[in-house]
Design a protein around this ligand. Structure first.
Ligand SMILES: Nc1ncnc2c1ncn2[C@@H]1O[C@H](COP(=O)(O)OP(=O)(O)OP(=O)(O)O)[C@@H](O)[C@H]1O
Length: 495
């Protein structure tokens, strides 16, 4: 049944490729059927020698004005589709999955990773064909017997969540009706997002139940919960394990700490996570994931994960080559806004996320963009968590095309269609130094799983130029200048 499903997928994808080649071939006057089936009328132009005396024949298809017009319209549509990542992404992922240097590369199939049949079904139902590098490397360690601990780093959007969700789902015993896996997320939104992945992947395991330990989910005192997996934020999980005793921590088999770098950036989360970890049994499997590993994250990781296997990236591997990075020079806030409008005027943007330093700038920008006719969502720290989750959900569904936000709550959000990230203000820490970690998290909102992405940084002073230079040095990656007054240049970078 699975084999049939895979074959069907392969057929669809090859038919899709043939069709695409045909469209492109037609548009650039090539014969997409390699001469076998072409019914285009070929006209031989008069043959004359060029200035070097070389004779060239110039065979072009006969076309009416009407056809020329149609071709141009089709070409423009195709360009737009390509720019908005709607057409070439399947190819892009396939190409990357064959490139040994890519984080999506894998020598194995999901079958070889020995997942349970129901999980394999779940994986394929989600449209995954092959594992990514982190999935291929981490899954055998996570599924080994006896269970092994793991500290793992992989770039944003390369499939870490899917990896640990598969590990949790593989270890659960459905017949035992109590929490067996505990997963900590740094925010309410991320807990919900990961919960959704668990639900989707575990779809063919209907007996598996999931509980959300997040603020607002009030249970009756004295109750013991029967769900197999609990996902939540550290404060609430700690309450559920200690004060309220909804969970018996001694029965937990797998403990996952996701987005460890974001976790420790939130006050209190580090301590709460450590307190939870101390309540777990010695033989509980501990797994920790992060996109970045500054020293502080590393120290924390070693505290909560004893005797770990380690998967770590080199600094220059942390940024993804699929995300093109640029900067724009401006003199004021208004010039930055104009540059943004020029970018919108030149390229088709599926969805964009724009980061500002303060709430004030974010609401000003959101209002200006709305005046220009954009469908804008504003996400900021003063909203209550439910409001924030609702804004993200609407954005994910494509109801708004632009999300303007400050640093809060944007880390880790997975919205496939985000093709552009704009740093309207560059990320700095409280002392005004470059915040490299936040930079990486922000640009990682685009370029999800091999998609092409564009990150544009607005530079408006000597100080911000200096910040940008330090970010380039940190990642050892050149960020090119973009002239947003030159529409052709903007068009080119999107292709
Ligand atoms: N093997 C796969 N094949 C195809 N798509 C995948 C695969 N694994 C994950 N994805 C998809 O890629 C996207 C990114 O995956 P995921 O959220 O797991 O990445 P991540 O590394 O956890 O990202 P972040 O660091 O930003 O949290 C998701 O939309 C997910 O559905």
């Amino acid at each position: 049944m699975l084999q049939t499903l895979r074959e069907a997928l392969q057929i669809v994808s090859s038919v899709f490729k043939v069709t695409l080649n045909f469209i492109i071939g037609s548009l650039i006057n090539e014969d997409p059927f390699n001469g076998k089936m072409s019914n285009l009328q070929i006209k031989e132009e008069k043959v004359k020698p060029d200035t070097n005396g070389v004779i060239k024949t110039n065979a072009t298809p006969e076309k009416t004005d009407e056809e020329e017009k149609e071709d141009r319209a089709a070409q423009s549509l195709l360009n737009k589709l390509i720019r908005s990542n709607l057409v070439d992404n399947t190819n892009q992922v396939e190409v990357l999955q064959r490139d040994p240097n890519s984080p999506l590369y894998s020598v194995k199939s999901f079958e070889e990773l020995r997942l349970k049949p129901q999980l394999l079904q779940g994986v394929y139902a989600m449209g995954f064909n092959r594992p990514s590098k982190i999935q291929e490397n981490a899954l055998p360690m996570m599924l080994a017997e006896p269970p092994q601990n793991l500290i793992a780093q992989s770039q944003s959007g390369t499939g870490k969540t899917a990896a640990f969700v598969l590990a949790m789902l593989s270890r659960v015993e459905p017949a035992e009706r109590y929490p067996q896996c505990l997963c900590l997320s740094p925010t309410y939104e991320l807990a919900l997002q990961t919960g959704k992945v668990i639900e989707q992947m575990g779809k063919f395991h209907p007996e598996l139940k999931l509980a959300y330990a997040v603020r607002g989910n009030k249970l009756e005192r004295g109750q013991k919960i029967s769900e197999h997996i609990v996902i939540g934020t550290p404060g609430t999980v700690l309450d559920w394990c200690s004060k309220l005793k909804f969970i018996d921590p001694k029965k937990i088999k797998v403990f996952v700490l996701d987005e460890a770098d974001v976790m420790i950036a939130t006050q209190g989360h580090q301590d709460q996570s450590i307190r939870i970890q101390r309540m777990l049994p010695r033989n509980c499997q501990m797994l920790l994931f992060s996109a970045t590993f500054e020293d502080s994250v590393w120290k924390f990781a070693q505290k909560v994960v004893p005797d770990p296997n380690i998967i770590k990236l080199k600094r220059e591997e942390e940024t993804l080559d699929t995300i093109k990075q640029y900067y724009v020079l401006c003199n004021s806030r208004d010039e930055k806004f104009q540059a943004l409008c020029n970018i919108y005027g030149a390229i088709t943007i599926a969805q964009a996320m724009i980061f500002c330093h303060t709430r004030k700038t974010a609401s000003w920008l959101a209002a200006e963009l709305s005046k220009e006719g954009h469908q804008v969502a504003l996400l900021s720290g003063e909203m209550v968590v439910e409001q924030r989750a609702a804004v993200i959900e609407r954005f994910r569904e494509g109801k708004e095309k632009v999300l303007v936000t400050t640093n809060v709550c944007a880390r880790g959000i997975d919205v496939e269609q985000v093709s552009v990230v704009i740093n309207f203000d560059l990320p700095v820490d409280k002392d005004g130094n470059p915040d490299n970690e936040t930079y990486l998290h922000r640009i990682g909102r685009t370029g999800r799983f091999g998609k092409r992405g564009l990150a544009v940084n607005m530079v408006d002073s000597k100080h911000s130029m200096n910040i940008l230079n330090r970010i380039q040095e940190h990642f050892n990656k050149k960020i090119e200048r973009l002239d947003t007054d030159d529409l052709d240049e903007i068009e080119k970078i999107a292709n």
